[in-house]
Design a protein around this ligand. Sequence first.
Ligand code: FES
Length: 350
Amino acid sequence: MKITLDGTVYEAEPGQTILEVARANGINIPTLCYMPGLPPFGACRICLVEVERSPALVAACTAPVMEGMNIKTNSKRVIDARRFVVQLLVSCHPLDCMTCEKTGDCTLQDLAYELGVTNPREDEGDRHKYPIDSSNPFIIRDYNKCILCQRCVRVCDEIQGIVAIKNINRGFDTKIATAYDGTLQDSNCVFCGQCVQACPVGALVPKKAVGKGRHWELQKVRTTCPYCGVGCQLNLHMKGDQIAYVSAVEDGSPNKGRLCVKGRFGYDFIYSEDRLKTPLIKENGAFREASWDEALDLVASKFKQIISESGPDAIAGVSCARSINEDSYQMQKLFRAVIGTNNIDHCART
Ligand code: FES
């Protein structure tokens, strides 16, 4: 089908939303609650657009395209409506951007700047005074900054399947909370941190990132998680050689923007003084550093000695679950074809 966006005709597929067609054609429609990979939701109303013959403005993230639609994405009416939405959000926001960890990476901050929302409304209303929860080692929860976009709730529920958080109360007192409004560690939260990655403002921030650098000071380095053989894709957000925080690569396989607690928060081991940097050979009860050649020659000579004395079945190998499939294949090949035994297993088999 064909639709018109800001005076230009574009091709669209049935089932696409206005937002999807606009983004596919490089037209920016701002969003707060929209998340790729989740069904349309329509909570924040920042993506409003003007559709010809529709009396009300339409949420672009939920509205499916129809043949011949004529849509304005940046008319004065649209911009005024978006500005009003942001003014409402800002009117009960703490406005502590100078000390907020999320400064420079906050969608609300960007929208307020873009739409010229410089001050809270004159008829400023109440503000929340929720206590900040930093009682767990991973996530700081400051719901005074929450815009109730529901992204954290939806990733926890619809992607992770954990359902650790939901809305409680009504109206102005609506709040994201665990059951009985307790701490995350007293809930069924598994600390995967998907909620942190989904939060567009500073309501949920990784605790270890505090004070580690502003967004514009950090360099994003893509890498593979070292914890298991799945090979999840990570972004390390680095200041110099220090990791400020870790996020999942949104469009990277196999994890497609998801991580577990270890991959997202368990990176401190890389700074440990106890890490082995060279092979060690034990002599007279004590370890000494050795080169890789020396260490591998020693292992090979010991294998040969055992095989000549007791046969190849005197040796067994257990490969590691952190290894990728190709490494596990080579491990069994080494044992079967080189050493000559079928004594080979994998620690994750059971
Ligand atoms: Fe469309 Fe929130 S992004 S309503």
